[in-house]
Design a protein. Sequence first.
Length: 130
Amino acid sequence: MKFTLKENGMRTELDYGQLDVSGNEEFGYRPYQLMVASIVGCSSSVFLKIMKKQRTEIHDMQVEATVHRNPEEANRIEKIHMNYVIKGKQLDPDKLYKNLAISRKNCSMIRSVENSIEIEESIEIVPLTM
């Protein structure tokens, strides 16, 4: 990846498009937002692949990420809690938690930060009524 200096941050061109990074949200994505998005994106995509292989049908999934930062240490991310809100029929909570544990072991982003950022996960099941 090649990043180029711009007036208020850095820019890179990726296959999907242009990415602007800045400490100021007016000029690009903030680095901590990209870190959280990388962790959530990786974890949820691995989780979805596992569920698909096991033919677990879901109607929808959202991930609510809560981030705890330490202002005393350069505002570093200390903890991320990801709450998976999963909508579907006849979902087995035990199976979902087991699959989430497997996805955690196979998510490169979580594995990259596991000794420096505490990652917590929870699942909320929303029954599909139809």
